[in-house]
Design a protein around this ligand. Structure first.
Ligand code: MGD
Ligand code: MGD
Ligand code: SF4
Ligand code: MO
Length: 740
């Protein structure tokens, strides 16, 4: 004990410095974190990096406190094996041996595809690449997908169909401030990428007209010149309406359309069939607002459109995003200065994570797993036979359906918490409990890891070196200089060691992330996301925007200046899409879900930060005062939100700023407040992305037992039918609760 104290005293006052990047969103703000060691604890300070070309030396509140979860007492120090229902610490050797044995046994009995893999957009490029390779070669399974399917896949699909490639931002971020008109559709940058807001503020100062589409008021709508409040799931109708007005007002660029695009006449004739009034009605916004938005955008010399999850996480997200891309093509506002598209990337490595082979149908460098040439090239890099690479699998949510049907019996999850982040939470939990073997690699016993048979402890962003591709498509380096926590290992090391335990070490003998990066660059050569001109040396510092196909190449700031990435080099118009709304009396309200500033995704990390959790300790259901009063709901009342799939209990919060037919709930919390119990498992037909942003629901006020007189008349019935302390008060279709 005395020895321990002396050691601590010796360390006291010593300062360590870690150059790093925030582990959360796609801006990937860089910073130096200092750690001053005190007697029983450490004092941390985050200093933003002024040289960062994207964050320009800013950090948001999440970045400032990001280290808190990395030193949290609940961090896992050692591999855990579930024994008699409880997790027991074990050695790496035992844990990896056990996983290998159980996966092999499953595959022997049920075939190679009996084991699936699920990845995430927080993994570095090196780890995302290696995870794809691990699934295909070490496990030989077709079943791999990742949480990016929940995130941006509709934007990616729309961009691929239209431009032939998907890079989040098609031009450089700094051009934003010179755009004369900016459309922000379904993005809440102020809370989700806060350090980018100054770009928009500067644009506004320069005279830009900013149009925001969101069913509620947010930090972002505050900077809007025009705020349209669509009914959830109807942005496509607004964009189609804008396109119609642009044609009618002759605000289109005929020269660009003729020289650079295909399919314009077809969309134009489809648009002639639909009245603007019909589109406005479908979206629940005034026709005049659509007209004004169109004219502002059309008359501006330069302009950009951003979409994020509000538009994309819909049952028709791909078609909806395409309506916005039509506007850019028709006005020729793409491929030139201060003009372009931004699919606002979400996760820290949401961009890189979707380029290098975690997707069910994909090989590194945006190659296709079904293309003979692509397969042959990757087989040559991996030094295997082309036939040894499995074919395509299924999308993220469909993977859980496969597990539920017991087509998949073993799972390896690295970097995701799908119990909380998937739609239809009850199905996902049931599926996971049916697995023969579940392995989760995480820093914590997440809600998903609770279902695991074996949990492997991974290192945090402070410890793990690698590269990330940020919001702009800029490949940046993240040092990882803090020693690993406990016996945790890096994800890439875990994959290499597990491949060895599976007797498949060929192709997994890496001793540093840089070696993996060099192989990734080679694998991406000639692909659409071409990293082959990159090296660690080249990207340290400011980073480089892909594609970067040769050592001499400086990277690509603006895409599509001369040609698009389609086969004939032209951009492709799609079809017009106008959502039709069916009435549903039993579920009269539309639920949409999203984020708050101080929590991140499933909250595994940010709920373990006191500084962050104290700002917003629990979720809420945001509703309009008119809606609240029709249900006799007041602020802080408990409310049940219910769909045919499940229910969540939430505290009410009123806001004049939200549509009367819509309620909003953030999804970062676990248990009975988790809103994904309620979210329907509807998938976009093209991208297979879930419709997190629109579920038909009913509300019920929950009445706590508090005195007889208040509830006279119905109390007896209630006691017979309900045997709990909380009583539900169902009120239908905007009706007023009786006798209350
Ligand atoms: N603080 C914080 N920041 C984050 C994250 C986080 O969890 N917390 N997550 C990161 C990740 S992975 C992602 S993907 C991004 C997400 O970034 P965003 O997409 O900006 O975030 P969301 O809150 O999901 O949705 C954005 C807005 O869409 C609105 N919306 C809902 N339905 C509709 C609709 O039908 N149409 C329109 N036009 N708008 C709609 C919501 O009211 C919300 O304000 O954020 C990243 N940054
Ligand atoms: N209702 C609703 N649901 C949604 C959304 C929504 O808007 N509404 N948004 C969706 C979107 S856009 C996204 S991106 C998903 C994301 O949802 P998830 O995939 O669940 O994302 P995270 O909460 O970041 O989970 C990451 C897990 O991995 C761990 N982790 C973090 N870093 C690492 C690492 O480097 N290695 C390893 N091995 N583990 C790590 C964390 O501790 C955490 O447990 O949620 C989706 N779900
Ligand atoms: S959460 Fe995003 S904006 Fe905030 S510090 Fe981290 S990377 Fe930067
Ligand atoms: Mo995301």
């Amino acid at each position: 004990m005395i020895q321990f104290f002396r050691e601590k005293q010796k360390q006291q006052g010593k300062e360590a410095r870690y150059d790093t990047r925030c582990p959360f969103c796609s801006v990937q703000c860089s910073m130096t974190l200092t750690e001053e060691k005190l007697v029983a604890t450490s004092r941390f300070k985050a200093i933003p990096n002024k040289q960062d070309p994207t964050s320009e030396g800013r950090l948001c509140i999440k970045g400032v406190h990001a280290h808190q979860h990395t030193v949290h007492r609940e961090r896992i120090r050692q591999p855990l094996v579930k024994t008699g229902g409880a997790f027991v610490e074990t050695s790496w050797e035992v844990a990896l041996g056990l996983i290998a044995e159980r996966f092999k046994r499953l595959q022997k009995s049920y075939g190679q595809d009996a084991v699936g893999v699920f990845g995430g957009g927080s993994l570095t490029n090196e780890e995302a690449y290696l995870l794809g390779k691990f699934a295909r070669l070490a496990l030989g399974t077709r079943y791999i997908d990742y949480n990016g399917r929940y995130c941006m896949s509709s934007a990616a699909a729309a961009a691929n169909l239209t431009f032939g490639v998907d890079r989040g931002l098609t031009n450089e971020l700094r051009e934003v401030e010179d755009a004369e008109c900016i459309v922000l559709a379904g993005t809440n940058l102020a809370e989700c990428q806060p350090t980018l807001m100054p770009y928009l503020r500067r644009a506004k100062k320069n005279g830009a007209f900013i149009i925001v589409l969101d069913p509620r008021e947010t930090g972002t709508t505050k900077i809007a010149n025009l705020h349209l409040k669509p009914k959830p799931g109807t942005d496509g109708a607004i964009a189609a309406g804008m396109f119609k007005v642009l044609i009618e007002e002759e605000l289109i660029d005929r020269t660009f359309i003729e020289a650079r695009t295909n399919g314009f006449e077809q969309v134009k004739s489809e648009l002639q069939e639909i009245a603007l009034a019909e589109l406005a009605l479908a979206a629940g916004v005034p026709e005049e607002q659509i007209r004004e938005a169109a004219i502002r955008f059309g008359e501006a010399q330069t302009g950009m459109i951003f979409t994020a999850r509000g538009v994309e996480q819909q049952a028709t997200g791909t078609a909806d995003v395409r309506q916005f891309l039509h506007i850019l093509l028709a006005t020729g506002k793409i491929g030139r200065y201060a003009c372009g598209y931004g699919a606002v990337t979400g996760q820290g490595n949401g961009q890189g994570g979707r380029e290098h082979g975690q997707k069910a149908d994909q090989l590194p460098g945006y190659r296709s797993i079904e293309s003979p040439e692509d397969r042959a090239y990757i087989a040559s890099v991996w030094n295997v036979e082309e036939k040894d690479i499995p074919r395509k699998g299924v999308s993220a949510f469909e993977l859980f359906q496969k597990i539920d049907q017991q087509d998949v019996r073993g799972m390896f999850i690295m970097g995701s918490n799908p119990v909380l982040s998937s739609p239809h939470e009850n199905l996902v939990k049931r599926a996971l409990s049916r697995l023969d073997v579940l392995v989760v690699v995480d820093m914590f016993i997440s809600e998903t890891a609770e279902y695991a048979d074996i949990i492997l402890p991974t290192t945090s962003y402070l410890e793990d070196e690698g590269t990330m591709t940020n919001f702009e498509g800029r490949v940046v380096h993240r040092p990882g200089s803090k020693p690993p926590f406990g016996k945790a290992k890096h994800d890439w090391q875990i994959l290499c060691e597990l491949a060895e335990a599976l007797d498949r070490s060929h192709g997994f003998q890496f001793s540093s992330p840089e070696e993996i990066f060099n192989e990734l660059c080679l694998a991406s050569k000639g692909g659409k996301a071409d990293y082959s001109g990159l090296s660690y040396e080249k990207i340290k510092g400011e980073g480089v925007l892909w594609p970067c196909p040769t050592k001499e190449h400086e990277g690509t700031g603006r895409l599509f200046e001369d040609r698009f990435y389609t086969e004939n080099g032209r951009a492709q118009f799609g079809s017009v899409h106008c959502p039709v709304d069916s009435e549903n009396g039993e579920y009269p309200l539309l639920l949409t879900t999203g984020r708050v500033l101080t929590q991140y995704l499933s909250g595994t990390q940010t709920r373990r930060s006191d500084a962050l959790l104290s700002k917003e300790p629990e979720p809420f259901v945001l509703l309009h005062p008119e809606t609240a009063s029709s249900y006799q709901i007041q602020d802080e009342d408990w409310v049940m939100v219910r769909s045919p799939y499940g229910e969540a209990k939430l505290k009410a919060r009123q806001s004049e700023g939200i549509r009367e037919d819509t309620v909003f709930v953030p999804f970062h919390w676990a248990g009975s407040v988790s809103i994904n119990h309620v979210v329907a498992p509807e998938l976009d037909p093209t991208s297979r992305m879930p419709a997190f942003k629109r579920t038909k629901v009913q509300l019920m006020k929950i009445i706590e037992e508090k005195g007889e007189s208040w509830y006279s008349g119905q109390k007896n019935d209630r006691q017979e039918s309900e045997n709990t302390d909380d009583i539900l008060d169902p009120v239908h279709s905007g009706g007023v609760a009786k006798n209350r």
